[in-house]
Design a binder for this molecule. Structure first.
Ligand code: ZN
Ligand code: ZN
Length: 373
């Protein structure tokens, strides 16, 4: 028997053998309207060509799902949320190129990338033209699918992660990859001052990543608990923008120069204007968080850009290389994500998890089909 035929038969056999261990149906959550979650049992799919069936171990509640649940972002119902997830490989379809076996732990990149559009071919697969087109049928539940017991994904979406890594940490590969994307695009030099505006999870992840750059790190955050957390995680100084003049304080703390890199981890138009005003010569301001309501405007004197050669840019999601970097960093423990893990709920208590995630003193909240802690 030719090796190729034998291998494909073996792979087919492996797929069916592993699938036999999966139940005929599995449970998933669907956000159907603002503050409405229903659970439904659907047939467990067998992976088609290039697909992998993963049994979810943990999925985190990101700001996007929180906005959809709260009704702030309302274009996506009915949604099976959960784009920050990890789990165990159950079955591997034919033609999956990477070596995967049933039982492997994987981090899942929720983002779809077509590989064929102009953006993908340029290497900007984080802003692929076809991110949503491939998965959405009108009226039918769609989405990344981590808030469920199982998920069917494409082979390129899974990244093997050593067993020693806790499932929660593996699930955080996704947000970490997003932050790595931002900091890799706009890396401060040693001794530069970097400012993080907002000390929610994304701001604090920026802090964890920026610590290895040798930059002096300032964090601006009105909430005292979050400011304390930022100091605990290694910020050199914090600013309370509700009590201090942001621009003046950044200038004072930088000997009058201003900030060389500012990462906007909250979506506030005024804060973006202030960040540009507080920038050093050749400074960069990156709009990391989306701004709501959509269509908000900012006002800036264009001469600021002319005289100081400033750059105002942004950062969206992560490309596949960022994801690889994130999984590597987590697997080799070069970054400590433990302070950002706040709570976990069983999948069926997704609504309680949303309530917990909305509190200012929680960072990442997880749901787990197995009530993992
Ligand atoms: Zn996310
Ligand atoms: Zn594409």
């Amino acid at each position: 028997m030719p090796a190729q035929v034998r291998d494909s038969l073996l792979q087919e056999f492996a797929t069916h053998a592993a699938l036999a261990e999966a139940p005929a149906t599995y449970r998933r959550s669907v956000i159907t309207a603002p503050r409405q979650v229903v659970f439904e049992d659907v047939p467990t799919p067998a992976p088609g060509p290039s697909q992998v069936l993963v049994r979810i171990a943990a999925a985190a509640l990101c700001t996007w799902e929180q906005r959809v649940y709260a009704g702030i972002d309302n274009w996506s119902y009915p949604l099976v949320g959960g784009h920050e997830s990890s789990g165990e490989v159950v079955a591997v379809g034919s033609g999956v190129a990477q070596p995967l076996s049933a039982g492997d732990q994987v981090a899942i990149a929720g983002l779809r990338r077509c590989g064929e559009c102009w953006a993908c071919r340029r290497g900007y697969d984080n802003i692929c033209d076809n991110q949503h087109a491939t998965t959405r049928e009108p009226g039918k539940p769609w989405g990344p699918g981590g808030f469920a017991e199982y998920v069917l994904v494409d082979g390129y979406q899974v990244y093997r992660c050593p067993r020693k890594v806790h499932a929660f940490q593996a699930a955080l590969a996704e947000p970490l990859a997003c932050v790595l994307h931002d900091v890799k695009r706009f890396t401060p030099r040693r001794g530069d001052t970097a400012v993080i505006v907002g000390a929610g999870i994304m701001g604090l992840l920026h802090l964890a990543v920026l610590r290895s750059t040798g930059a002096v790190i300032l964090v601006s955050e009105p909430d005292p608990v979050r400011r304390a957390k930022a100091l605990e995680m290694g910020a050199h100084a914090v600013i309370d923008p509700s009590a201090q003049d942001y621009v003046e304080t950044v200038k004072q703390l930088t000997g009058g120069r201003g900030a060389s890199a500012t990462y906007m981890a909250i979506g506030a138009p005024t804060a973006i204007e202030q960040a540009v005003q507080a920038s050093a010569k050749r400074g960069i301001v990156s709009v990391y968080a989306s701004v709501h309501p959509r269509g908000s405007q900012i006002q800036l004197d264009p001469n600021l850009f002319h005289h100081k050669e400033l750059v105002l840019s942004g950062s969206l999601a992560q490309d596949h290389e960022d994801f690889l970097d994130a999984v590597w960093s987590i697997s080799h423990q070069t970054i400590d994500l433990q302070p950002l893990i706040s709570a976990a709920f069983p999948l069926l208590e997704l609504e309680a998890a949303f309530a917990a995630a909305a509190q200012p003193d929680t960072y990442r909240v997880f749901v787990t089909p197995d009530a993992l802690v």
